[in-house]
Design a protein around this ligand. Structure first.
Ligand SMILES: [Zn+2]
Length: 178
């Protein structure tokens, strides 16, 4: 039995995540478990920063909009793609994955979870725009995701690549205690 946790930071003063968001995100990760070290998947919700995070466990920041970007604060000068619902960026201070809740395609808690999973694919696989190529699958890796309930889903390549990456340590940016 090994537990894999996804750390979700959502400051409830600004955004509220519905239960369906957490259950969908857990389900997406659990479907990648084959061949991994893990058989139990959970999300942990934080309002400021994670505590006691294991090195292989990723963080996703659920932000109200691009103006609240953590990436822009930590890495000044980074240009965010105006058409994107989320961004993942990494440099010396660690990887940051963020989702913008005002993105109009995020029509449901499940859609928000798909967007978070997509950013965490960039994060865990340490792939930039090349992730969107079909050589990484034909599912949630794609740059254009259908967020409807019957829309884009995980495919076999997505599951295999994420399953292999789950135990990989990827340095995440964590804000200092204050
Ligand atoms: Zn992407």
């Amino acid at each position: 039995m090994a537990l894999f946790r996804v750390h979700v930071v959502a400051n409830s003063n600004y955004v509220t995540m519905a239960p369906g968001f957490f259950s969908t995100l857990e389900n997406l990760f659990s479907r990648c478990q084959q061949g991994s070290d893990f058989d139990d998947f959970t999300t942990t919700w934080w309002t400021h920063r994670p505590m006691g995070r294991a090195g292989h466990e990723p963080i996703v920041w659920m932000l109200p909009n691009k103006a609240a970007s953590l990436i822009k604060k930590v890495y000044p000068g980074v240009a965010l793609d105006p058409s994107s619902g989320g961004t993942t960026y990494w440099k010396d201070k660690g990887t940051i994955s963020e989702v913008y809740m005002d993105y109009q395609a995020l029509i449901s808690p499940a859609a928000q979870a798909k967007m978070a999973f997509h950013e965490l694919m960039h994060n865990k696989l340490q792939k930039g725009k090349e992730l969107h190529s079909t050589s990484y699958g034909n599912g949630l890796n794609l740059g254009s995701i259908n967020f409807s309930d019957n829309g884009t889903a995980l495919d076999w390549d997505n599951k295999e690549m994420m399953g292999a990456a789950l135990s990989k340590v990827v340095p995440q940016y964590e804000p200092p205690f204050n």
